[in-house]
Design a protein. Structure first.
Length: 351
């Protein structure tokens, strides 16, 4: 029968009943504080529930006043509960909204009280009787039918008194049950809010993990393609290794040839002194010597080029080998992370 009008969260305090100066916190955390309207009783209340206990159950009257004692703290006194409630808000804006709503509800309570008083005056004509007017009393005789009337009046009074007591008892029990139901309702509402928040968070985490899984899969596929390219390059390296072996053999042959030519040159130089008799033979020998020196220079240049090519091939091979090793390590790490992510996703889906 009660409908929530406005809700906010705040830290709830109550004044110390002993000192009337210090504040006693009603809970360790901020609680939901709500305005409620009871259409049956036509009253407004402020209710806050912590666990299964109603911490605030204050009926708003036109005489109440909500006072801002600081930028984030406000209080009001409840004479029926014989206490003073204090609320600590997260920001000044929340305090202002609560204070404005308190003023609106206070004005609505005043109008509701005036309206109920007008209805009472209209429905109860005895209230319009002035002080000098006297109500006529029924005539009760001491015998005859009058005694029967007196007996019925007294029994009716007893029945009315008994009915009043029974109604009071039912109302008191109903109030206790109402508070318990309200506490249980707010507890269930709080639990429902927490479960909805946890569900939204879990859905967000699942979406994030799915995106991360897709990114990991794409990255793994890229790395696999890179490995395939490197493996193909490694196949080409094997052919380059064959070329390197051929170059090495050629170098060895060239070195042997150079050695043979050097020996021939030395032999020709040693024989040069004894062979200068014939001029033609001398020119021929000099020409042959020049040709051998030019051939030797050409062979030395080819040897240097072959050595340089071999060094570059070895350096390139080492570089490609290190890249293949790094890529293989990255692929192993990504595959391990992917497996862990799949396991976490499977557990989340099972839960």
């Amino acid at each position: 029968r009660e409908q929530p009008i406005f809700s906010t969260r705040a830290h709830v305090f109550q004044i110390d009943p002993a000192t009337k100066r210090n504040w006693i916190p009603a809970s360790k955390h901020a609680l939901t504080v709500s305005y409620f309207y009871d259409a049956t009783r036509n009253v407004y209340r402020i209710i806050s529930v912590g666990g299964t206990k109603a911490i605030i159950n204050s009926t708003i009257t036109p005489n109440m006043t909500f006072t801002k004692t600081s930028q984030k703290f406000g209080q009001w006194a409840d004479s029926r509960a014989n206490t003073v409630y204090g609320l600590g808000f997260a920001s000044e804006q929340h305090l202002s909204q609560f204070a404005e709503k308190f003023q609106e509800v206070k004005e609505a309570a005043r109008l509701a009280r005036e309206k109920s008083q007008d209805k009472t005056e209209l429905t109860n004509p005895a209230l319009s009787i002035t002080s000098h007017q006297v109500l006529p009393s029924p005539i009760i005789s001491s015998n005859g039918p009058g005694e029967d009337k007196l007996f019925r009046s007294q029994s009716a009074d007893v029945e009315i008194t008994t009915e009043k007591e029974r109604l009071k008892k039912m109302l008191s029990e109903g109030s206790v049950s109402e508070v318990q139901w309200e506490a249980e309702f707010f507890s269930l509402q709080d639990n429902n809010t927490k479960l909805v928040a946890a569900l939204h968070e879990a859905n967000a985490n699942v979406d994030q993990w799915k995106k991360q899984l897709t990114a990991y899969q794409e990255e793994t596929e890229t790395l696999r393609q890179r490995v395939a390219e490197l493996e193909s390059q490694g196949t080409q390296d094997s052919s380059s290794e064959n070329n390197k072996e051929e170059l090495s053999q050629t170098l060895e042959e060239l070195e042997l040839l150079i050695k043979a030519k050097d020996e021939e040159i030395q032999m020709l130089k040693s024989q040069k002194c004894g062979r200068w008799e014939a001029e033609g033979e001398r020119e021929e020998t000099l020409q042959k010597l020049q040709e051998l020196e030019a051939r030797n220079a050409e062979l030395e240049q080819r040897l240097r080029l072959a050595e340089q090519t071999l060094a570059e091939s070895l350096a390139q091979r080492e570089k490609m080998h290190s890249e293949v090793t790094k890529v293989a390590e990255i692929v192993d790490v990504k595959i391990f992370e992917l497996s862990e992510l799949r396991q976490g996703l499977a557990k989340l889906l099972e839960s």
